[in-house]
Design a protein. Structure first.
Length: 443
């Protein structure tokens, strides 16, 4: 049976990448085949992100292109999936390209929605679920390498940070059955993968209880141990940790298993307690620094990265300086840095004025980026002269004689290939660096 060719484009975070693989798997079972050429596909899907205004703008632009494609070929169906589908729902039909809208918990219904869209016209389903984890669906892997892969361990978020749209578009937090997570890791390892990244908005609040025996439970520290036990040759990463929930148990599990990577992504958002409170992050600068201290005590070689928002509502120059000060103090190995973007419907949009002028937001963000790249460079320089075990992920895009991979601390490393292949581990002596990359040779 060949029901047609599906083209899918993915925006947003790693969870969306994983979800697109779930979507392809569901459609594959219904007889569709994946197609990477937009001009050959009968079904055009875009899996969307709502985290910031510009993420949504990009998708509207893609819909214009999809419309042009529809005009060229009759019968093409265009579907919007993911977080924007959930946020805007039927409003997306304002765009003449759109035939179908499906939220993040509606993917099992896609074959039916597509069939109905063909037969009857516009279809939408954006009902969020308390239970859906797609735990029984094996994603159809689309990654560019066959070395690293994502595994979603939970969905949704219960945290209600005041600036954030995620709880509204992803629904309530739910944890996936650990058995299905471990089986997925085993299958990946069995088919040659060497690294899995466990994904959740707040992995530290992962908590699975056996519905048949509520006294039996698995928390995140236990889960990473179970995944690490799949094989010492399988690397385990995870993201995102939340400073309010990251306990020492996770750190002890990391210290105990050499295949759990020594990298923690711990978004701080701001270095000002007034901002943190207004953001409803539920920790202070002091408790954040205490967590950093604990990470460095238990895993001295750990890399720590973060997320920072510049120009949140009522942020003063003093608040901004406190963020720079915290960065100086912690010396992160890397950071994702953003200007605050007001999201309709969030608590911040309803109650606080988005009152930091655009030019001030940009200037503050630039100061943050500049400081971080100096710190990243300084941290990378400290790696020179040391040897790191690198999992080779592929051939360097810039130079086909070079390979690239990452250290346990998630630093990208480039080195001459010398017979080593993707999927293998290599011991690399670091000889030079930039703020983003380590350069070395095999030892
Ligand atoms: N669950 C993760 C983050 C998910 S969103 C956590 O709690 O840390 C990824 C990052 O996007 C956030 O850490 C934040 O820095 C940024 N972000 C979220 N909403 C934003 C907004 N409205 N404007 C700008 N950045 C935002
Ligand atoms: Fe958004 Fe906060 Fe949930 Fe992260 S923890 S997804 S920032 S609400
Ligand atoms: Fe991810 Fe964007 Fe949705 S960051 S959860 S795809 S809003």
């Amino acid at each position: 049976m060949n029901a047609g060719k599906v083209y899918i484009e993915t925006y947003g975070c790693q969870m969306n990448v994983y979800d697109s693989e779930l979507v392809l798997s569901i459609l594959h079972k219904a007889g569709y085949t994946r197609c990477e050429d937009i001009s050959e596909a009968g079904i055009l899907l875009v899996n969307t992100c709502s985290i910031r205004e510009n993420a949504e703008q990009r998708v509207w632009g893609r819909l214009d292109l999809f419309l042009a494609e529809k005009k060229k070929r009759r019968g093409v169906i265009v579907g919007v999936l993911g977080c924007m589908a959930e946020r805007l729902k039927d409003k997306l039909f304002a765009h003449p390209a759109v035939d179908m809208v499906a939220g993040p918990d509606s993917y099992r219904k896609l074959p039916e929605l597509i069939e109905k869209a063909v037969a009857e016209g516009r279809q939408s389903d954006t009902v969020l679920s308390f239970h859906e984890t797609y735990s029984d669906i094996e994603p159809l892997r689309t990654g560019s390498d066959k070395v690293t892969s994502f595994i979603s361990i939970m969905r949704g978020c219960n945290n209600m940070c005041t600036y954030c749209i995620v709880p509204y578009v992803r629904g309530p937090e739910r944890s996936r059955d650990p058995k299905s997570i471990i089986e997925e890791a085993r299958r990946l390892y069995g088919s040659g993968y060497k690294e899995v990244s466990l994904l959740g908005q707040n992995v530290d609040s992962y908590m699975w209880r056996n519905p048949d025996n509520p006294t039996e439970s698995v928390n995140f520290a236990q889960l990473i141990e179970l995944v690490a036990l799949v094989s010492p040759e399988l690397r385990v990463r995870f993201s995102t940790s939340h400073p309010k929930d990251m306990g020492n148990g996770v750190l002890y599990s990391m210290a105990m298993y050499p295949n759990i990577c020594t990298h923690i992504h711990l978004p701080v958002q701001s270095g000002s307690n007034r901002m943190l409170q207004k953001m409803n992050r539920k920790y202070t600068v002091e408790t954040y620094l205490e967590r950093i201290g604990k990470i460095r005590e238990i895993i001295p070689q750990a890399s720590i990265t973060t997320d920072i928002i510049a120009g949140f509502c009522s942020e003063t120059e003093e608040d901004h300086k406190a963020t720079l000060e915290l960065m100086q103090n912690v010396r992160f190995d890397g950071a994702f840095m953003f200007q605050y973007s007001e999201r309709p419907g969030t608590k911040a949009a309803r109650h606080f004025a988005d009152d930091v002028p655009a030019d001030v937001k940009t200037r503050r963000l630039n100061e943050i980026i500049e400081l971080q790249s100096a710190i990243s460079l300084e941290n990378n320089r400290k790696c020179i002269g040391h040897t790191y075990r690198v999992l080779v992920e592929g051939v360097s895009k810039r130079d086909s004689g070079q390979l690239f991979g990452r250290t346990s601390g998630n630093k990208v490393c480039i080195f001459p290939s010398q017979g080593i292949r993707p999927g293998e581990y290599a011991d690399v002596l670091i000889e030079s660096c930039t703020s983003a990359t380590l350069l070395g040779r095999l030892v």
